[in-house]
Ligand binder design. Structure first.
Ligand SMILES: N[C@@H](CCC(=O)N[C@@H](CS)C(=O)NCC(=O)O)C(=O)O
Length: 191
């Protein structure tokens, strides 16, 4: 059986869990920063990041590549270039917020006048604004992979309180519309 390595809080892992909602697989919930779970990562995955998918002999790293692997295996529609770009925008926010969270956990204080923080905060605000407009334009109307990824990002940002989302009403409505889905509640990081 396929094994998905991850954690219950990672937005990158959650998107794959939601994609696999109707596919039999084993979910391995890890504590990746220390101990025996880190040893598993050290042994199997040089990026030391989650998600990671193991399917027989194949070990696939990175949610984007995992999606391509699963799309190929289960004959899911390929993403359009527009969807690839939307995913890049979603991932750019996700990456910046993961870095800001790791800095917080390292007790490095955020300083708006420091270049590193300025760049991340500007990207996050600008890219969220873009996604807010794209929701309004109907780009996330269908429940498909980029929609799942956007839902995971918005819900995780709210859960971790990483960015004030109150300016992005379409994103908030979008997240509220999907919150009750069975795959959303089954993977809620708050549980
Ligand atoms: N591009 C990767 C990003 C994955 C990622 O950043 N995962 C985080 C958890 S949310 C992680 O494993 N971080 C560990 C680290 O940065 O050391 C993907 O799409 O899978």
């Amino acid at each position: 059986m396929m094994k998905l390595y991850g954690s219950t809080t990672s937005p990158y892992v959650r998107r794959i869990r939601m994609l696999l909602a109707n596919v039999e697989h084993e979910f391995i919930n890890m504590q990746i920063f220390a101990g025996k779970d880190r040893d598993v990562l050290l042994e199997k995955n040089p990026t030391l990041k989650i998600p990671m998918l193991e399917d027989g002999e194949d070990i696939i790293y990175d949610s984007r590549v995992i999606f391509r692997y699963l799309a190929n295996k289960y004959d899911l529609p390929a993403l359009t270039w527009k969807q690839e770009n939307l995913l890049t925008v979603i991932d750019s926010i996700n990456d910046s917020l993961v870095q800001l969270l790791l800095l917080q956990r390292s007790e490095i204080e955020s300083a708006d006048d420091k270049l590193y923080f300025k760049l991340q905060n500007e990207r996050v605000a600008h890219a969220f604004n873009h996604l807010n407009e794209e929701v309004l334009a109907g780009e996330f109307e269908h429940w498909e992979y980029p929609t799942i990824c956007l839902f995971c990002l918005v819900d995780w940002t709210a859960f971790r309180q990483l960015h004030d989302l109150s300016d992005y009403s379409h994103l908030l409505d979008f997240a509220a519309d999907h919150k009750e889905r069975i795959e959303a509640s089954a993977t809620d990081p708050r549980e």
